[in-house]
Write a protein that binds this ligand. Structure first.
Ligand SMILES: C[S@@+](CC[C@H](N)C(=O)[O-])C[C@H]1O[C@@H](n2cnc3c(N)ncnc32)[C@H](O)[C@@H]1O
Length: 447
């Protein structure tokens, strides 16, 4: 987890200060809101709504708008609290998970509360207006007996400490929490035995295990001037390295890609490029998007931020030979993969570049269907406006950040598009993250 740059503070630091507080609602970011007796706002991790805790400040000063804190003592526990299954979680420890201490059902309710709050505050939408049933659904197979944790993370970026031990970053820190096992890592990652090796000289080691093939990959980022180690793991892997100077990814041995399986196709994903992390995510999202869009033979469709072409392929299968699909993606390598993955579809075109630059250049004035799956920041006002000028029959917006989704839904509403149905999926158990699929249609439809 990357630490955010800290704002300069002029007041006296309050780090280490402790407050006894009543914990209020959950907030976006994996924490809950509390207020001190003097009215200071605290964002408190490792707690749950309704608890009474001792919160110790981890970030902030006298003049900060709010303080960040960890619950270091639980005085009155929520009925949703469990003992964290992971021994590396807790105040000051691994920053990878946010809700280890919450029952799985409670984690999904917390995520639903976050989505509800973001929709209301940023889009002015109630769940009813967003046609959302108010739930965050577990991924298929993730409902496990108490105490068991879904091992879903098919990609894990280990940070390496000064002694060459693999671990995970502490919350909002570059410090490394050495771990001997990450509970949410997929079996194909855990089997590699990365945590028991010496990675001296490396900054990070990313492990990838593909879904639906035996492909496994390790991507090494060496520290400046360090030599690459000879990688010998418990299972065969291909090895890539990140170039110290240009940040490019280069093959060391084995294949430069892994083969993922989704929507009954095989997808080549090269150089550690984007692919959904939960093994059920690609199928879950494609299903939700296609159910909502109901593509028809002969329609034209756009797949924006298309990665290696997952939704473009799903659309191409459904609009058939008389239809046409255009994908837009900024990563050169992902575009090469998308063109390779979709080579059998003569009516699919993939353009490389940023959506807001490429889309106006295409000269496209109409599209029946649009899928957009932007990065965390969302699509933004001008891209949303442009999309609505293409007068699509339906739009599927795939969102990994509820705030960005809510902001963009507001832009869509301002440009005449309403939410036909919204669904949310817990594709990142134990963490604060989740994924949404919003299906939009013209607001005047059927009125
Ligand atoms: C959340 S991923 C979605 C990828 C794909 N839809 C999938 O599910 O596999 C977002 C993708 O957008 C790409 N991207 C980021 N900013 C972009 C931009 N401004 N224009 C086009 N693509 C962009 C990233 O490289 C990444 O592949």
């Amino acid at each position: 987890m990357q630490a955010e740059p800290k704002k300069p503070q002029s007041g006296a630091s309050l780090v280490g200060q402790e407050y006894e507080v009543e914990v209020g609602p959950v907030a976006h970011g994996g924490h809950c809101v509390a207020r001190t007796e003097e009215g200071r706002v605290l964002f408190v991790r490792h707690t749950l709504p309704g608890e009474r805790v001792v919160a110790r400040v981890t970030d902030g000063a006298e003049d900060s708008r709010f303080l960040r804190a960890d619950a270091v003592e639980i005085l009155d526990a929520s009925k949703d609290r469990v003992e964290a299954p992971c021994p590396f979680s807790g105040p000051g420890r691994c920053g990878g998970c946010d809700w280890q201490h919450a029952k799985p059902g409670a984690q999904r309710r917390l995520k639903a509360d976050v989505l509800r709050e973001q929709l209301e505050r940023l889009a002015g939408l109630t769940p009813e207006q967003a046609n959302w049933d108010g739930t965050v659904l577990p991924a298929e197979g993730d409902k496990l007996p108490p105490g068991e944790v879904p091992a879903w993370r098919t990609r894990v970026q280990y940070a390496i400490d000064e002694d060459g031990r693999a671990g995970l970053r502490r919350h909002r820190s570059h410090e490394v929490e050495p771990v001997d096992r990450c509970l949410i890592a997929a079996e194909g990652v855990s089997e590699l035995g990365i945590e028991s090796r010496d990675w001296s000289g490396m900054d990070t080691v990313e492990a990838i295990t593909a879904t639906g093939s035996q492909d496994r990959q390790v991507i090494l980022t060496p520290r400046p001037g360090a030599r690459l180690p000879l990688v010998q793991l418990d299972k065969p892997v291909s090895v890539l390295r990140v170039d110290e100077k240009d940040g490019g990814v280069h093959r060391v041995h084995g294949r430069a890609f892994v083969r993922e399986r989704a929507d009954e196709h095989t997808w080549r994903v090269g150089n550690g490029g984007f692919w959904q992390v939960h093994p059920k995510a690609a199928d879950t999202l494609v299903r939700a998007a296609m159910q909502g869009l109901t593509p028809r033979k002969g329609e034209t469709a756009l797949d924006l931020y298309c990665g290696v072409g997952l939704f473009a392929g799903a659309l191409a299968d459904r609009v058939g030979e008389k239809g046409a699909v255009l994908g837009i993606e900024t990563s050169k390598r992902a575009v090469e993969d998308a063109r390779h993955n979709l080579a059998e579809h003569p009516r699919v075109r993939i353009e490389q570049g940023k959506v807001d630059q490429v889309l106006p250049r295409t000269g496209i004035t109409e599209a029946d269907l649009i899928v957009l799956d932007p990065p965390r920041a969302g699509a933004g006002k001008s891209t949303v406006r442009h999309l609505t000028t293409l007068t699509p029959r339906r739009i599927a917006y795939i969102a990994c950040d509820p705030a960005a989704l809510a902001r963009d839904l507001k832009h869509f509403a301002e440009n005449g598009y309403r939410v036909r149905v919204l669904r949310a999926f817990d594709l990142f158990p134990m963490t604060q993250h989740f994924e949404c699929v919003a299906i939009l249609e013209p607001a005047d439809k059927g009125r």
